[in-house]
Write a protein that binds this ligand. Structure first.
Ligand SMILES: NC(=O)c1ccc[n+]([C@@H]2O[C@H](COP(=O)([O-])OP(=O)(O)OC[C@H]3O[C@@H](n4cnc5c(N)ncnc54)[C@H](O)[C@@H]3O)[C@@H](O)[C@H]2O)c1
Length: 259
């Protein structure tokens, strides 16, 4: 599934938020397959535990911690647990996110805005804060990858809260990279689009024809798989990307390249 070299992350500790399903689950698997000890973090306990048991069954090393990324104490606990279990934190994928049915800005309820921004943007800020503190404390620095979205760069109607939260992550990524590059911490982001996950299913509904029509609008004429997004995360966390920081990499089948 993952193209990361066998053992590329052996002896490393990786933390993945939103790892119960979708892209985060695929990243957690990819890290485990490449030899890392993985902390699977999610608000969804049953699916998160399932990611862990599937990784263990495949011969990997993983533990689950329940987290609400919008809550500072919960995020602090997630990083503390990671370090108490595995001794350090080398790689973090800040990937948890939420999508709600939005309306035009003029009609949007303040509570809907606050919910999306608190999970998607404040959540990434809190994760970065506690992860960076740990990476500064240990020898060897670390690598962080945030999950944004192509909606940070293009207009999707009725998506102001989600798109604004994702645009904020692009800035957080750049600023975090600038602040921490001198200390051996690289911070990048991936901007997915059209990856077949539970979130995409929520956005598009179960309508297969609608899915096919969306796929046709892609430069590559198909939707993407979670493993294709995970691959970019693993690469950005690996020494193969040792001179890359502050960058947002689209994993979008060419959505941003479309005429
Ligand atoms: N699928 C796509 O095409 C696509 C496109 C652009 C961006 N993204 C982003 O990718 C990321 C992963 O999404 P996905 O598509 O794999 O969907 P997904 O729904 O499978 O994964 C999202 C995960 O985040 C978890 N989560 C939600 N709120 C949380 C909270 N407060 N604390 C902790 N965990 C929480 C969910 O339980 C879930 O496991 C999200 O940030 C999403 O915005 C996805």
């Amino acid at each position: 599934m993952s193209g990361a070299a066998d053992g590329e992350f052996s002896g490393k500790v990786a933390l993945v938020t939103g790892a119960a399903t979708g892209i985060g689950r695929a990243t957690a698997f990819g890290f485990a397959r490449a030899g890392a000890a993985v902390v699977v973090a999610d608000i969804a306990e049953a699916d998160g535990q399932k990611t862990v048991s599937d990784i263990l069954a495949a011969g990997g090393k993983a533990r689950f911690v329940q987290v609400d990324v919008a809550d500072n104490a919960s995020v602090e606990n997630m990083v503390e647990k990671t370090v108490s279990w595995y001794g350090r934190l080398d790689c973090a994928h800040n990937n948890a996110g939420t999508l709600v049915q939005e309306v035009a800005i003029a009609d949007m309820a303040e509570a809907a805005w606050d919910r999306v921004l608190s999970v998607n943007l404040k959540g990434v800020f809190l994760c970065m804060k506690h992860e960076i503190q740990q990476m500064l404390r240990q020898d060897g620095g670390g690598a962080i990858v945030n999950t944004t979205s192509v909606t940070a760069f293009r207009t999707v109607l009725n998506s102001a809260a989600y798109s604004s939260s994702k645009a904020g992550i692009v800035a957080l990524t750049r600023i975090g990279a600038a602040e921490n590059g001198p200390f051996g911490i690289r911070i990048n982001a991936i901007a997915p689009a059209g990856i077949e996950t539970p979130m995409l299913a929520k956005g598009l509904g179960e309508d297969e024809e609608r899915k096919r029509n969306v796929a046709k609008t892609r430069v590559m004429r198909r939707l993407g798989q979670p493993e294709e997004a995970a691959e970019a995360v693993l690469w950005l966390c690996s020494p193969r990307a040792s001179y890359i920081t502050g960058h947002t990499l689209a994993v979008d089948g060419g959505v941003l390249a479309a005429p």
